[in-house]
Design a protein around this ligand. Structure first.
Ligand SMILES: [Zn+2]
Length: 397
């Protein structure tokens, strides 16, 4: 996403807030519908059914009908995508949106003519029921924008964000295969032996966060002081997120450029086998680390990394069944549960091969990816298949 500061007039801001309110209302209704669902009951309504219900609700509620149907339908579509992500085990279950906290809405299928540059530093975006809203043209807007999201942060600032789909990058074309494993202590281990870590907060920043947390615990609910502490904490966590995203961009570019085939684990399977306990064949890895809050953050970064690699190296990513990757020796192929000497060290008792445990897993992923490519007839070369990624159409039917 590339984000720009939106500058609505007070009148426009009022309608923008209404759009946000409608989107939030529709989203929360969908959350509630799905919260009542239990296995064994009739399936909770899907997107199509919810759209039909929305039409009925608009007929019954004039205040809802007065709003933009595009905004409201898109909220349902976003929810459907969120549920698909949840069932795909890459995201947590969608939750309630709260006033003042999660304000925003999305517009899809915007026309090219819906974004324009008015002057050197000013652009405009066309919003349903409002018309042109100005934004600060702080850098180039990607060509061919088809959707955008408008948000209001807790400090009351408005932003418009356009999704940026990265251009495909050519691989070296020599059939180079790499396996990438999602490590716990390290963020990604490559079969080349390289260990890559997501930059975290620096020691000083961590200490500051801790101090702020203590301050927050002492601050009175609803006080100005509390608000200030919260803003400071939000700023720190935003910094962390920025660093993580930056790392993802750099790493995915590198992988797409240096390798023709990139093997990764299939998240849908891996989350099952890598549950905290694991199974007899595959005891859980990184049990303690994955149990904490950190899990969601790590998972998020990983999901984004895979998405970006798929966009930058279309058709060159191979998803591999991750079972046994942590117990199998990548040198001799022997599966040995005792081979893990510690969280980090792998030593095969059959052939004596020893390496970092995550690198061993990455080597197994590389091997499986190589087999998968051979089975479908030779390695795809580094030619970028110029396909348009259709994320919006992928999961929502
Ligand atoms: Zn071995």
């Amino acid at each position: 996403m590339s984000r720009f500061r939106l500058q609505p007039t007070p009148t426009q801001e009022r309608v923008l807030l209404e759009h946000c309110g409608h989107a939030r209302f529709v989203w929360n209704l969908a959350v509630e519908q799905h919260a009542h669902w239990r296995s064994g009951r009739k399936a909770a309504p899907g997107y199509t059914e919810q759209c039909r219900q929305l039409t009925q609700a608009r007929t019954a509620n004039p205040w809802l009908a007065a709003g933009s149907v595009i905004v409201q339908q898109q909220a349902l579509k976003d929810f459907a995508q969120a549920m698909a992500n949840f069932f795909g085990r890459t995201h947590r279950r969608p939750t309630w949106r709260r006033r003042g906290r999660n304000e925003g809405f999305r517009i899809v299928a915007a026309k090219l003519s819906d974004v324009r540059r008015v002057s050197r530093n000013v652009g405009e975006v066309k919003v349903p029921k409002i018309g042109w809203v100005r934004f600060w043209w702080s850098r180039a807007v990607a060509a061919g924008v088809k959707s955008y999201r408008i948000t209001r942060d807790r400090a009351g600032r408005w932003h418009v964000a356009f999704p940026v789909v990265p251009e495909p990058i050519s691989g070296p074309g020599a059939g180079a295969v790499v396996g990438v494993d999602r490590g716990v202590a390290v963020s990604a281990a490559l079969s080349t032996g390289e260990l890559l870590s997501v930059p975290a907060l620096r020691a000083g920043e961590k200490a500051r966060l801790l101090r702020l947390q203590r301050k927050l615990a002492r601050a009175q609910r609803g006080s100005i002081r509390r608000g200030k502490v919260k803003t400071a904490m939000a700023r720190l966590s935003a910094r962390e997120t920025d660093r993580r995203k930056d790392w993802v961009e750099k790493t995915s570019t590198r992988l797409a450029r240096e390798f023709d085939v990139i093997g990764v684990e299939d998240l849908k399977i891996s989350n099952m086998t890598r549950s905290a306990k694991g199974t007899v064949e595959a005891p859980g890895r990184g049990v303690r680390q994955k149990a904490g809050l950190n899990r969601g953050i790590l998972a998020n970064g990983w999901g984004l990394l895979v998405t970006r690699v798929e966009q930058k190296a279309p058709g060159r990513v191979v998803k591999v069944d991750p079972r046994v990757t942590s117990q199998r020796c990548s040198a001799s192929g022997v599966v040995d549960r005792e081979a893990r000497e510690s969280q980090a060290a792998f030593r095969c008792r059959s052939c004596g091969f020893a390496t970092n445990a995550d690198v061993n897993a990455a080597l197994n992923i590389r091997c499986a990816a190589g087999h998968a490519v051979a089975a479908r007839g030779g390695p795809p070369l580094g030619e970028p298949a110029n396909r348009e990624p259709q994320r919006d159409l992928l999961l929502v039917r």
